[in-house]
Design a protein around this ligand. Structure first.
Ligand code: TTP
Ligand code: MG
Length: 409
């Protein structure tokens, strides 16, 4: 059964320090502290897990950190490198959902509710994201999976580093019960001290207080404490502006010269992209095509159209047009092909869409074909991705075997 609401919280482990350890093998396995030098009154940005064992923490003066752990290696931050890694992980998140909220460089909430029909269980998406991050950046992340942001964030912290923690609706209270009240967002040292005075150390203890009693001590925040102690959080993942695209790409096992084959691969990708647009009620204005030739030269071609809903044919035709007119496909062998849409907007926020029908308020407002594609999505979400396929994609599967088989000479 798909989850009614599925949120992932992804948080990189000891982010800056892990990047330094990745790039400099002599730093691996030893305490590393990232931050400015103590003589310039530097502050700790983060510490590797080896250094944390000595009590070194973020925001601590560097002088103190080096007193606690004198043999730690201090490294100055390289923000440009961390920003590049941050871009990479956000591009990975975007493969799974356009609904994401990033918190700083190394942390994000992903609403994957609408992605379950395509990618399966939320936990499977969490694992796939962790693996992709490891493969593409060499870094580890911890992922929390839960029905809301608050519990997902708590979950991602429970098995750090390299953790994957799932807390479904039925287990929320049990998992929260033993945790200290400081784990609740909004509970800083002052509130924590006040709670302790009332004899409340754990989330479980907090739960035995009525909303009214908490309100007398904490005002409006008392109501929040009451809800959060039960793992209740209705807040939506507030999509930020950093990721405004959806894409799909594929590297072939053997380079491809046959343009008909490429066009069928584009159809498969367009179908996935359009399906994700429909699942999230998104419109787009731009279609882009990405090609990597056999010599690894990579080109991106894009076309801007009037706003369109998640229709496979529009995405596919635009991509094919770009492939035929603005690339060397056919004469140069292709190693990777990808299609994406960008300039995204939620349905309803696009004024005067070319395809909007007066009688249709679904995510796919372009009349009959849109409703058909919605119906296909519903059937697929029940019966699986291959239950309905276009005739030309069936052909494609046979070709794919010939073209892409590893046994091919
Ligand atoms: P965090 O995610 O809080 O910490 P982290 O990734 O280093 O460690 P972990 O998540 O495994 O507990 O912050 C992410 C990065 O932000 C961190 O690597 C450095 C930077 N940062 C600061 O510069 N100053 C700070 O006070 C904090 C908390 C983080
Ligand atoms: Mg982190």
């Amino acid at each position: 059964m798909p989850w009614t609401r599925a949120i992932l919280h992804v948080d990189m482990d000891a982010f800056y320090a892990s990047v330094e350890q990745r790039d400099k093998p002599s730093l691996r396995g030893v305490p590393v502290v990232v931050g400015g030098p103590p003589e310039a009154r530097g502050v700790v940005s983060t510490a590797s897990y080896e250094a944390r064992r000595f009590g070194v923490r973020s925001a601590m003066p560097m002088a103190k950190a080096l007193r606690l752990c004198p043999h730690a290696r201090r490294v100055s931050p390289r923000m440009d490198v961390y920003a590049t890694e941050s871009e990479k992980i956000h591009a990975i998140f975007a493969r799974y959902t356009p609904t994401m909220q990033s918190v700083g460089l190394d942390e994000a909430y992903l609403d994957v509710t609408g992605s379950q029909a395509l990618f399966g269980e939320p936990a499977a998406m969490g694992l796939a994201i962790k693996r992709a991050i490891k493969r593409e950046t060499g870094l580890t992340a911890s992922v929390g999976v839960a029905p809301n942001r608050f519990v997902a964030k708590i979950a991602s912290d429970l098995e750090k580093p390299d953790g994957l923690t799932v807390i479904d609706e039925a287990h929320i209270e049990r998992r929260l019960t033993p945790l200290p009240v400081e784990r609740i967002w909004g509970v800083g040292p002052v509130t924590a001290a006040k709670l302790k005075k009332l004899g409340i150390d754990t989330i479980g203890q907090l739960r035995s207080w009525t909303a009214q009693a908490l309100a007398t001590h904490f005002g409006a925040f008392g109501r929040d404490l009451h809800d959060l102690s039960r793992g209740i959080d209705h807040g939506a993942v507030a999509t930020d502006t950093r990721e405004k695209s959806l894409s799909q790409e594929m590297t072939f096992p053997a380079d491809v010269k046959d343009t008909a084959f490429l066009e069928r691969e584009l159809l498969r990708q367009a179908e996935t992209v359009a399906c994700r647009m429909r699942a999230h009620g998104l419109y787009a204005r731009t279609v882009q095509l990405k090609l990597r030739y056999d010599d690894f030269t990579t080109v991106t071609r894009r076309v801007t159209l009037p706003p369109f809903g998640g229709l496979t044919d529009i995405v596919h035709q635009a991509a094919v047009g770009l492939l035929r007119t603005r690339t060397d496909a056919g004469s140069r062998p292709v190693r990777l092909i990808g299609v994406g849409v960008s300039n995204l907007d939620a349905a309803g926020t696009v004024q005067g869409s070319l395809f909007a029908g007066p009688d249709d308020n679904s995510a796919c407002v372009d009349g009959r074909r849109g409703r058909m594609e919605d119906a296909i999505d519903r059937i697929r979400s029940k019966l699986g991705q291959t239950s309905i396929m276009r005739a030309s994609l069936l052909e494609d599967d046979e070709d794919a075997e010939q073209q892409g088989s590893p046994e091919r000479p």
